[in-house]
Design a protein around this ligand. Structure first.
Ligand code: GLN
Length: 320
């Protein structure tokens, strides 16, 4: 049976989750990207968006933070929309790596296979696929337009974050050129990496991220703007990627305790999706050892557990 709850009880639940999780300040800001180290650690916000377009939120939902790896989700959708899901499977793949997000070993182990557009290797490969190939400006415009459509309003690059990240992304440079070696970069490697770095440096609010999540939950139809942003058939594909690798080497643990496919970023944001039901996002800068926001994980888990929502148990088929 479906979970039933009134809007006012849902509002109470989100507020309750905020208050329960706010004092829990475990973890530490990302420090390998200098800008992220200085974001105030106490920031914390939760936003939930329903298919009706209703937004339920608590805390710092207007604070603009670095989207980081959550950006891998919209770009994966963009190339699936441009090329079709099968071509993305052929060119990048859809496997979980079970390894950290920036793993070079994952590339070596799978020989020539970046594995999934939701880890660094696959995401850099995805940026190389974005059309129009060979045209950095055109590619960036395609990304900006797609992200704005998904999240319901434009995102802007946090300049200081982009500079900070560009000056320190040595590991990602190795990934880009290793992929080139294996024939898995489909445009200029340095340009593809620059686009990846720029998309990671986009500023986003928890509210925008939750609207993006809800657009995925609603089969590509943004529930706030009522615009169709991507082909409906891609929802199952993107949610499968999020479910298998959204928390990198901790994805299994996360799915086991929360039951909701979710994607994290080292900026402290997490985007979660229950197809057909809602999109959710939470943000707080302190991370665990795998680079996943401690408070954001707890908040989303608190809400889904209390709702009894779980993609593995809720019956989806009612035959009459
Ligand atoms: N831009 C970051 C990186 O490539 C994103 C990592 C993340 O959010 N997990 O290292």
């Amino acid at each position: 049976m479906a979970t039933q709850i009134s809007l006012s009880s849902l509002k109470d639940l989100v507020q309750e989750a905020y208050e329960a999780v706010k004092p829990q300040d475990g973890g530490a800001n990302a420090d390998y990207i200098p800008y992220l180290k200085n974001v105030p650690s106490s920031l914390f916000g939760i936003a939930m968006v329903l298919p009706s377009g209703e937004i339920v939120e608590a805390g710092d939902v207007d604070y603009v933070f670095g989207i980081e790896s959550v950006s891998k989700v919209p770009t994966a959708l963009l190339i699936m929309n441009q090329y079709g899901a099968d071509e993305v499977m052929n060119k990048i793949g859809a496997d979980a790596t079970g390894l950290p997000f920036n793993s070079i070993m994952a590339i070596l182990l799978e020989k020539d296979h970046p594995s999934s557009p939701l880890v660094n290797a696959g995401a850099i490969s995805a940026c190389s696929m974005v059309k129009p190939v060979g045209d950095a400006k055109g590619k960036w415009q395609a990304i900006e337009t797609f992200f704005a459509g998904l999240c319901g309003s434009p995102l802007s690059v946090i300049d200081e974050l982009y500079k900070s990240e560009s000056a320190t992304n040595f590991n990602n440079k190795s990934i880009a050129w290793l992929l080139k070696n294996y024939g898995r970069i489909y445009d200029d490697p340095d340009m593809s990496l620059d686009i990846y770095t720029r998309q990671c440096s986009l500023g986003v609010t928890a509210r925008q991220l939750a609207i993006g999540a809800a657009t995925i939950a609603c089969g590509g139809m943004n529930p706030v703007t009522r615009k169709q942003v991507f082909d409906e058939s891609l929802t199952a594909r993107i949610v499968s990627l999020v479910a298998t690798v959204g928390f990198y080497e901790h994805t299994g643990d996360w799915m086991y305790v929360s039951g909701i496919p979710a994607k994290t970023g080292v900026g402290g944001g997490i985007l979660g999706v229950i197809p057909g039901s809602f999109g959710i996002a939470a943000f707080s800068p302190q991370l665990d050892d795998a680079g996943n926001s401690v408070r954001a994980q707890k908040a989303i888990q608190y809400i889904t557990n209390k709702l009894g929502i779980n993609i593995f148990t809720n019956p989806m088929l009612e035959v009459k």
